[in-house]
Design a protein around this ligand. Structure first.
Ligand code: PLP
Length: 398
Protein backbone atom coordinates (compact mmCIF):
# COMPACT_ATOMS: atom_id res chain seq x y z
CA UNK A 1 0.00 0.00 0.00
CA UNK A 2 1.28 3.45 -0.80
CA UNK A 3 1.49 6.19 1.80
CA UNK A 4 1.74 3.75 4.67
CA UNK A 5 2.44 5.34 8.05
CA UNK A 6 4.69 3.39 10.40
CA UNK A 7 4.13 4.29 14.06
CA UNK A 8 5.56 1.19 15.70
CA UNK A 9 9.20 2.12 16.19
CA UNK A 10 9.28 0.55 19.67
CA UNK A 11 8.66 -2.81 17.97
CA UNK A 12 11.45 -2.34 15.47
CA UNK A 13 13.06 0.22 13.16
CA UNK A 14 14.34 0.01 9.59
CA UNK A 15 18.10 -0.36 9.16
CA UNK A 16 19.66 3.04 8.42
CA UNK A 17 21.20 2.92 4.91
CA UNK A 18 24.52 4.15 6.38
CA UNK A 19 24.49 1.15 8.71
CA UNK A 20 23.63 -1.23 5.90
CA UNK A 21 26.61 0.05 3.87
CA UNK A 22 28.96 -0.79 6.75
CA UNK A 23 27.45 -4.25 7.09
CA UNK A 24 27.34 -5.36 3.46
CA UNK A 25 31.01 -6.38 2.99
CA UNK A 26 30.68 -8.76 5.95
CA UNK A 27 28.08 -10.82 4.11
CA UNK A 28 30.19 -11.27 0.99
CA UNK A 29 33.92 -10.64 0.56
CA UNK A 30 34.70 -10.36 4.30
CA UNK A 31 32.92 -13.53 5.34
CA UNK A 32 35.59 -15.18 7.48
CA UNK A 33 34.87 -16.77 10.83
CA UNK A 34 36.51 -14.52 13.44
CA UNK A 35 37.76 -17.64 15.20
CA UNK A 36 39.72 -18.85 12.18
CA UNK A 37 43.50 -18.61 12.34
CA UNK A 38 43.98 -17.27 8.81
CA UNK A 39 43.73 -13.92 7.04
CA UNK A 40 39.99 -14.28 6.43
CA UNK A 41 39.47 -14.73 10.15
CA UNK A 42 41.84 -11.91 11.10
CA UNK A 43 39.88 -9.52 8.91
CA UNK A 44 36.64 -10.20 10.74
CA UNK A 45 38.16 -10.45 14.20
CA UNK A 46 39.41 -6.90 13.70
CA UNK A 47 35.91 -5.81 12.72
CA UNK A 48 34.42 -7.42 15.83
CA UNK A 49 37.10 -5.87 18.07
CA UNK A 50 36.47 -2.45 16.55
CA UNK A 51 32.72 -2.84 17.07
CA UNK A 52 33.31 -3.80 20.71
CA UNK A 53 35.62 -0.80 21.24
CA UNK A 54 33.05 1.53 19.67
CA UNK A 55 30.14 0.22 21.74
CA UNK A 56 32.20 0.34 24.95
CA UNK A 57 33.34 3.92 24.36
CA UNK A 58 29.79 5.07 23.55
CA UNK A 59 28.33 3.78 26.83
CA UNK A 60 31.30 4.57 29.06
CA UNK A 61 32.39 0.94 29.48
CA UNK A 62 35.57 -1.05 28.86
CA UNK A 63 35.67 -3.34 25.80
CA UNK A 64 36.14 -6.32 28.14
CA UNK A 65 32.76 -5.52 29.72
CA UNK A 66 30.84 -5.85 26.42
CA UNK A 67 29.34 -9.18 25.34
CA UNK A 68 27.57 -9.54 22.01
CA UNK A 69 24.36 -11.58 22.06
CA UNK A 70 21.55 -12.52 19.68
CA UNK A 71 19.45 -9.60 20.91
CA UNK A 72 17.72 -8.05 23.89
CA UNK A 73 15.91 -11.21 24.91
CA UNK A 74 19.09 -13.23 25.23
CA UNK A 75 20.88 -10.41 27.04
CA UNK A 76 18.00 -10.09 29.54
CA UNK A 77 17.82 -13.86 30.06
CA UNK A 78 21.56 -14.01 30.55
CA UNK A 79 21.73 -11.17 33.10
CA UNK A 80 18.93 -12.59 35.23
CA UNK A 81 19.69 -16.28 34.95
CA UNK A 82 23.46 -15.80 34.99
CA UNK A 83 23.31 -13.65 38.14
CA UNK A 84 20.71 -15.82 39.89
CA UNK A 85 22.79 -18.96 39.44
CA UNK A 86 26.18 -17.38 40.13
CA UNK A 87 25.00 -15.79 43.39
CA UNK A 88 22.72 -18.64 44.55
CA UNK A 89 25.08 -19.62 47.35
CA UNK A 90 24.62 -16.10 48.83
CA UNK A 91 20.86 -16.02 48.45
CA UNK A 92 17.99 -17.04 46.23
CA UNK A 93 15.80 -13.95 46.27
CA UNK A 94 15.47 -11.90 43.07
CA UNK A 95 13.56 -8.68 42.40
CA UNK A 96 12.31 -7.62 38.99
CA UNK A 97 9.85 -4.83 38.36
CA UNK A 98 6.27 -5.79 37.53
CA UNK A 99 6.51 -3.87 34.24
CA UNK A 100 9.56 -5.61 32.78
CA UNK A 101 9.55 -7.03 29.26
CA UNK A 102 8.47 -10.70 28.99
CA UNK A 103 12.17 -11.53 28.42
CA UNK A 104 12.58 -10.80 32.15
CA UNK A 105 9.16 -11.73 33.55
CA UNK A 106 9.07 -15.16 31.88
CA UNK A 107 12.65 -15.89 32.94
CA UNK A 108 11.87 -14.89 36.52
CA UNK A 109 8.90 -17.28 36.49
CA UNK A 110 11.12 -20.09 35.23
CA UNK A 111 13.57 -19.37 38.04
CA UNK A 112 10.69 -19.58 40.54
CA UNK A 113 10.12 -23.13 39.32
CA UNK A 114 13.81 -23.83 40.02
CA UNK A 115 13.36 -22.76 43.64
CA UNK A 116 14.23 -19.05 43.50
CA UNK A 117 11.97 -16.62 45.27
CA UNK A 118 10.96 -13.61 43.12
CA UNK A 119 9.39 -10.29 44.09
CA UNK A 120 7.75 -8.39 41.23
CA UNK A 121 8.38 -4.82 42.38
CA UNK A 122 5.29 -2.64 42.31
CA UNK A 123 4.95 0.52 40.24
CA UNK A 124 2.89 3.68 40.63
CA UNK A 125 0.05 4.81 38.38
CA UNK A 126 2.57 6.06 35.79
CA UNK A 127 4.54 2.82 35.74
CA UNK A 128 7.52 4.11 37.75
CA UNK A 129 8.95 1.80 40.41
CA UNK A 130 7.85 2.71 43.91
CA UNK A 131 11.20 3.37 45.63
CA UNK A 132 9.91 2.90 49.19
CA UNK A 133 8.39 -0.46 48.32
CA UNK A 134 11.51 -1.51 46.43
CA UNK A 135 13.65 -0.65 49.43
CA UNK A 136 11.41 -2.72 51.70
CA UNK A 137 11.48 -5.63 49.24
CA UNK A 138 15.28 -6.01 49.46
CA UNK A 139 16.10 -8.82 51.90
CA UNK A 140 19.38 -10.19 53.23
CA UNK A 141 19.14 -13.01 50.66
CA UNK A 142 18.40 -10.69 47.69
CA UNK A 143 21.11 -10.92 45.06
CA UNK A 144 19.62 -9.23 41.99
CA UNK A 145 17.39 -6.28 41.14
CA UNK A 146 16.25 -5.77 37.54
CA UNK A 147 14.44 -2.58 36.52
CA UNK A 148 14.27 -1.44 32.92
CA UNK A 149 15.61 2.02 32.00
CA UNK A 150 12.39 2.90 30.17
CA UNK A 151 9.24 0.93 29.51
CA UNK A 152 8.49 -0.45 26.05
CA UNK A 153 4.71 -0.05 26.31
CA UNK A 154 4.09 3.24 28.08
CA UNK A 155 7.53 4.83 27.74
CA UNK A 156 7.93 5.72 31.42
CA UNK A 157 11.55 6.38 32.39
CA UNK A 158 12.59 4.75 35.65
CA UNK A 159 14.66 6.40 38.43
CA UNK A 160 17.60 4.21 37.46
CA UNK A 161 20.30 6.17 39.31
CA UNK A 162 18.39 6.06 42.58
CA UNK A 163 17.72 2.35 42.17
CA UNK A 164 21.40 1.76 41.40
CA UNK A 165 22.46 3.70 44.50
CA UNK A 166 20.01 1.76 46.66
CA UNK A 167 21.26 -1.57 45.29
CA UNK A 168 24.88 -0.57 45.81
CA UNK A 169 24.21 0.40 49.42
CA UNK A 170 22.62 -3.00 50.02
CA UNK A 171 25.23 -5.04 48.13
CA UNK A 172 22.79 -6.24 45.47
CA UNK A 173 23.62 -6.49 41.74
CA UNK A 174 21.58 -4.07 39.63
CA UNK A 175 20.61 -4.80 36.04
CA UNK A 176 18.78 -2.45 33.72
CA UNK A 177 17.17 -3.41 30.42
CA UNK A 178 17.98 -0.41 28.25
CA UNK A 179 16.53 -1.91 25.05
CA UNK A 180 14.05 0.94 24.61
CA UNK A 181 16.33 3.63 26.03
CA UNK A 182 19.39 2.96 23.83
CA UNK A 183 19.52 5.57 21.11
CA UNK A 184 16.60 7.49 22.63
CA UNK A 185 18.27 8.70 25.83
CA UNK A 186 21.91 9.35 26.75
CA UNK A 187 23.34 6.05 27.98
CA UNK A 188 26.37 5.86 30.25
CA UNK A 189 26.86 2.91 32.56
CA UNK A 190 28.96 4.98 34.99
CA UNK A 191 26.35 7.74 35.32
CA UNK A 192 23.55 5.21 35.58
CA UNK A 193 25.39 3.07 38.12
CA UNK A 194 24.29 -0.17 36.47
CA UNK A 195 26.20 -3.38 37.14
CA UNK A 196 24.65 -4.94 34.04
CA UNK A 197 22.78 -3.42 31.12
CA UNK A 198 21.24 -4.77 27.90
CA UNK A 199 20.26 -3.34 24.53
CA UNK A 200 19.37 -4.50 21.05
CA UNK A 201 20.41 -3.31 17.58
CA UNK A 202 17.05 -3.25 15.87
CA UNK A 203 15.53 -0.63 18.17
CA UNK A 204 17.87 2.13 16.96
CA UNK A 205 18.03 1.63 13.18
CA UNK A 206 20.45 -1.26 13.40
CA UNK A 207 19.97 -4.92 12.46
CA UNK A 208 17.75 -7.48 14.17
CA UNK A 209 19.18 -10.51 15.96
CA UNK A 210 22.10 -8.77 17.64
CA UNK A 211 22.34 -7.22 21.08
CA UNK A 212 24.68 -6.39 23.92
CA UNK A 213 25.03 -7.34 27.54
CA UNK A 214 27.31 -5.06 29.55
CA UNK A 215 28.68 -6.70 32.70
CA UNK A 216 30.76 -4.53 35.04
CA UNK A 217 34.25 -5.93 35.44
CA UNK A 218 34.62 -7.82 38.68
CA UNK A 219 31.05 -9.10 38.58
CA UNK A 220 31.10 -12.76 37.69
CA UNK A 221 27.85 -14.12 36.35
CA UNK A 222 27.17 -17.58 34.93
CA UNK A 223 26.83 -18.54 31.27
CA UNK A 224 23.60 -19.53 29.63
CA UNK A 225 24.89 -20.51 26.18
CA UNK A 226 27.63 -23.08 26.33
CA UNK A 227 29.78 -23.94 23.34
CA UNK A 228 32.99 -22.56 21.87
CA UNK A 229 35.29 -19.95 23.35
CA UNK A 230 33.62 -16.93 21.76
CA UNK A 231 32.98 -13.83 23.88
CA UNK A 232 35.84 -14.71 26.20
CA UNK A 233 34.36 -18.17 26.77
CA UNK A 234 31.20 -16.64 28.19
CA UNK A 235 28.91 -17.16 25.20
CA UNK A 236 29.48 -19.86 22.63
CA UNK A 237 28.40 -19.44 19.03
CA UNK A 238 29.96 -18.00 15.87
CA UNK A 239 29.81 -14.21 16.10
CA UNK A 240 27.25 -12.44 13.91
CA UNK A 241 29.96 -10.27 12.36
CA UNK A 242 27.76 -8.18 10.06
CA UNK A 243 25.33 -7.81 12.95
CA UNK A 244 27.84 -6.49 15.48
CA UNK A 245 29.39 -4.18 12.88
CA UNK A 246 25.88 -2.84 12.14
CA UNK A 247 24.94 -2.54 15.80
CA UNK A 248 28.09 -0.53 16.56
CA UNK A 249 27.56 1.83 13.62
CA UNK A 250 23.86 2.25 14.47
CA UNK A 251 24.74 3.07 18.07
CA UNK A 252 27.42 5.52 16.94
CA UNK A 253 24.93 7.35 14.73
CA UNK A 254 22.17 7.21 17.36
CA UNK A 255 24.47 8.73 19.99
CA UNK A 256 25.79 11.40 17.61
CA UNK A 257 22.26 12.36 16.57
CA UNK A 258 20.48 11.64 19.89
CA UNK A 259 19.64 15.19 20.96
CA UNK A 260 18.46 16.18 17.49
CA UNK A 261 16.39 13.00 16.97
CA UNK A 262 14.83 13.24 20.42
CA UNK A 263 13.81 16.84 19.77
CA UNK A 264 12.32 15.90 16.40
CA UNK A 265 10.34 12.82 17.47
CA UNK A 266 9.15 14.41 20.70
CA UNK A 267 7.75 17.35 18.71
CA UNK A 268 5.77 14.85 16.57
CA UNK A 269 4.68 12.95 19.66
CA UNK A 270 3.68 16.12 21.55
CA UNK A 271 1.51 17.34 18.70
CA UNK A 272 -0.10 13.90 18.46
CA UNK A 273 -0.82 13.78 22.21
CA UNK A 274 -2.15 17.34 22.28
CA UNK A 275 -4.52 16.75 19.36
CA UNK A 276 -5.75 13.36 20.63
CA UNK A 277 -6.42 14.74 24.12
CA UNK A 278 -8.31 17.67 22.65
CA UNK A 279 -10.26 15.92 19.92
CA UNK A 280 -11.14 12.42 21.13
CA UNK A 281 -13.38 11.94 24.19
CA UNK A 282 -13.20 9.24 26.88
CA UNK A 283 -9.53 8.47 26.63
CA UNK A 284 -6.55 8.22 28.94
CA UNK A 285 -2.89 8.92 28.27
CA UNK A 286 -0.96 6.03 29.81
CA UNK A 287 2.51 6.46 31.27
CA UNK A 288 4.14 9.48 32.81
CA UNK A 289 2.95 12.78 31.29
CA UNK A 290 6.50 14.19 30.99
CA UNK A 291 9.02 11.61 32.14
CA UNK A 292 8.64 9.34 29.14
CA UNK A 293 10.57 8.25 26.06
CA UNK A 294 10.55 10.95 23.36
CA UNK A 295 8.88 8.69 20.79
CA UNK A 296 6.12 7.14 22.91
CA UNK A 297 2.41 7.91 23.16
CA UNK A 298 0.09 5.30 24.67
CA UNK A 299 -3.65 5.84 24.98
CA UNK A 300 -6.58 3.85 26.32
CA UNK A 301 -9.81 4.45 24.43
CA UNK A 302 -12.81 3.60 26.56
CA UNK A 303 -15.50 1.46 24.87
CA UNK A 304 -13.04 0.40 22.15
CA UNK A 305 -10.96 -2.79 21.89
CA UNK A 306 -7.32 -1.96 21.25
CA UNK A 307 -7.08 -4.86 18.78
CA UNK A 308 -10.07 -3.57 16.76
CA UNK A 309 -8.51 -0.15 16.63
CA UNK A 310 -5.19 -1.64 15.53
CA UNK A 311 -6.85 -3.62 12.71
CA UNK A 312 -8.92 -0.63 11.54
CA UNK A 313 -5.86 1.60 11.49
CA UNK A 314 -3.95 -1.11 9.64
CA UNK A 315 -6.65 -1.17 6.96
CA UNK A 316 -5.97 2.54 6.58
CA UNK A 317 -2.23 1.92 6.22
CA UNK A 318 -1.33 3.05 9.74
CA UNK A 319 0.82 0.65 11.79
CA UNK A 320 0.53 0.79 15.59
CA UNK A 321 0.65 -1.71 18.43
CA UNK A 322 -1.98 -2.71 20.97
CA UNK A 323 -1.42 -3.36 24.65
CA UNK A 324 -3.15 -6.71 24.57
CA UNK A 325 -1.19 -9.77 23.62
CA UNK A 326 -2.81 -12.72 21.97
CA UNK A 327 -1.97 -15.70 24.14
CA UNK A 328 -3.60 -19.06 23.61
CA UNK A 329 -6.36 -17.56 21.51
CA UNK A 330 -7.59 -15.09 24.12
CA UNK A 331 -6.64 -11.47 24.45
CA UNK A 332 -4.73 -10.85 27.63
CA UNK A 333 -4.62 -7.22 28.77
CA UNK A 334 -1.13 -5.82 29.13
CA UNK A 335 0.61 -6.79 32.40
CA UNK A 336 2.19 -3.33 32.37
CA UNK A 337 -1.13 -1.48 32.35
CA UNK A 338 -2.61 -3.81 34.96
CA UNK A 339 0.44 -3.27 37.20
CA UNK A 340 -0.19 0.49 36.87
CA UNK A 341 -3.68 -0.09 38.24
CA UNK A 342 -5.65 0.43 35.03
CA UNK A 343 -9.03 -1.29 35.09
CA UNK A 344 -9.25 -4.21 32.61
CA UNK A 345 -11.66 -2.30 30.35
CA UNK A 346 -9.17 0.51 29.83
CA UNK A 347 -6.22 -1.87 29.60
CA UNK A 348 -8.01 -3.72 26.77
CA UNK A 349 -8.54 -0.47 24.91
CA UNK A 350 -4.91 0.59 24.82
CA UNK A 351 -2.88 1.41 21.75
CA UNK A 352 0.79 2.39 21.51
CA UNK A 353 2.02 4.90 18.93
CA UNK A 354 5.81 5.19 18.65
CA UNK A 355 7.29 7.77 16.31
CA UNK A 356 10.53 7.69 14.35
CA UNK A 357 12.94 9.97 12.59
CA UNK A 358 11.28 9.40 9.19
CA UNK A 359 7.76 10.36 10.33
CA UNK A 360 6.38 13.79 9.45
CA UNK A 361 3.89 16.25 10.98
CA UNK A 362 1.58 15.54 8.04
CA UNK A 363 1.57 11.86 9.05
CA UNK A 364 0.78 12.82 12.63
CA UNK A 365 -2.19 14.87 11.46
CA UNK A 366 -3.45 12.17 9.12
CA UNK A 367 -3.21 9.61 11.93
CA UNK A 368 -5.24 11.78 14.31
CA UNK A 369 -7.89 12.35 11.62
CA UNK A 370 -8.21 8.63 10.86
CA UNK A 371 -8.10 7.75 14.55
CA UNK A 372 -10.94 10.15 15.35
CA UNK A 373 -13.19 8.69 12.68
CA UNK A 374 -12.29 5.11 13.58
CA UNK A 375 -12.99 5.58 17.28
CA UNK A 376 -16.42 7.07 16.53
CA UNK A 377 -17.26 4.14 14.21
CA UNK A 378 -16.09 1.47 16.64
CA UNK A 379 -17.96 3.07 19.53
CA UNK A 380 -21.13 3.22 17.45
CA UNK A 381 -20.82 -0.55 16.98
CA UNK A 382 -19.97 -1.24 20.62
CA UNK A 383 -22.74 -2.55 22.88
CA UNK A 384 -20.74 -1.11 25.77
CA UNK A 385 -20.86 2.49 24.58
CA UNK A 386 -23.77 4.14 26.46
CA UNK A 387 -26.01 5.72 23.85
CA UNK A 388 -26.59 8.80 26.00
CA UNK A 389 -22.88 9.63 25.77
CA UNK A 390 -22.08 11.85 22.89
CA UNK A 391 -18.87 11.60 20.94
CA UNK A 392 -18.76 15.38 20.68
CA UNK A 393 -18.10 15.99 24.38
CA UNK A 394 -14.57 15.60 25.58
CA UNK A 395 -14.17 14.46 29.16
CA UNK A 396 -10.78 12.84 29.76
CA UNK A 397 -10.55 9.75 31.90
CA UNK A 398 -9.17 10.43 35.36
N1 PLP B 1 13.40 -5.57 26.42
C1 PLP B 1 12.59 -4.59 25.99
C2 PLP B 1 12.26 -3.46 26.91
C3 PLP B 1 12.07 -4.62 24.70
O1 PLP B 1 11.27 -3.65 24.29
C4 PLP B 1 12.41 -5.71 23.85
C5 PLP B 1 11.84 -5.83 22.49
O2 PLP B 1 10.74 -5.39 22.23
C6 PLP B 1 13.26 -6.69 24.34
C7 PLP B 1 13.74 -6.59 25.63
C8 PLP B 1 13.68 -7.86 23.49
O3 PLP B 1 14.63 -7.47 22.54
P1 PLP B 1 14.88 -8.37 21.23
O4 PLP B 1 13.75 -8.08 20.29
O5 PLP B 1 16.18 -7.87 20.68
O6 PLP B 1 14.96 -9.78 21.65
Amino acid sequence: MENRIYLDHAATTPVDPRVLQKMLPYFTEKFGNPNSQHAFGRETVTAVDDARDTVAALIGAKPSEIYFTSGGTEADNWALRGAAHAFASRGKHLIVSAVEHPAMIATAKELQKEGFSVTFAEVDEYGAVDMAKLERAIRPDTTFVGVMTANNEVGTIQPVREIAALCKSRGVAFFTDAVQAAGALPLNVGDMGADMLSFSGHKFYGPKGVGVLYVRSGLRIGRIITGGHQERSMRGGTTNVAGVVGLAEALRLACAEQAQSAAYVSALRDRFIARVLKEIPYIKLNGHPQNRLPANANFSFRYVEGESLLFSLDLNGIAVSSGSACSSGSLEPSHVLLAMGLPEGLAHGSVRFTFGKDNTMAEVDRTVDVLKETVVKLRALSPLFPKELKNEVFPQEA
